[in-house]
Design a protein around this ligand. Sequence first.
Ligand SMILES: [Zn+2]
Ligand SMILES: [Zn+2]
Length: 288
Amino acid sequence: MVSTNTLYEVDLHCHTTASDGLLTPKELVRLAAELGLKGIGITDHDTIQGWKEAEAAGAYYKIQILKGIELNTDWRGTEVHILGYELDGGSDYFQDKLRSLREAREQRMLEILERLAKLGIEVCENAVRQLAQGESIGRPHIAQVLIDRGFVRTIREAFERYIGIGAPAYVPRYKLTTEEGIRLVRDARGVPVLAHPGMQRLEEGISTWVEVGLKGIEVFHSEHKPEDETRYSAIAQQHRLIMTGGSDFHGEARKPGVGLGRWGVSLSILQQISKLAQSFKYSFNDQE
Ligand SMILES: [Zn+2]
Ligand SMILES: [Zn+2]
């Protein structure tokens, strides 16, 4: 086990079984407590389903929970991930938007299964659903079922032979544009943060995204190299954006070597984000 002195106070990028993580929200919070973390951000893909359980566990284990989400968006053909923190999960607009994103995911899964069937590979819808457990069904779940059924040996093979870009059962997914993703978070009174920009070497779009309301950049991330950290801290300072960080924890078996709290920031960053989100909520109430 990693000794706690190598860990950050908070890890602001964690997935649970509500999307494609391996731990339930409660298990994740308990692990954070065991490691001695002071807070975590719950950032499941396109769903806020894990919030309630995480908050209850956070109160029990005395861990601060930053309620977040990770949205897949498209910027000129590049996949850009936007994290949204402390959104108003109850807003009708936000709920409607999340629902249509989930429906698009479902629809895509069914289309992929149809295409696989045409190739002679019968994969039962329920097997994928069962594996997904939570709400957000993704291609990794389909790949896992293909492995379980013996059609392929690895996730990579599943993508290369069947469901990846250019493969016969590939179906493109509906995506929000990056601007729409940022606006969606702001409309729900949350704090939008650009996730792991080093993975896609993003730079060009950042000033446009700041104009539509981007408030932070995830400078510290398990896939970032030291030069990414340097580069994106400079960009964050230039645009006066909050520098956030997290491991992108999915569970050891799903993302080996990406340990909870191994990437992150200090507690003051978590507090800064939640204060900013609160100021958005107050300014909204004032206008009413
Ligand atoms: Zn991501
Ligand atoms: Zn993530």
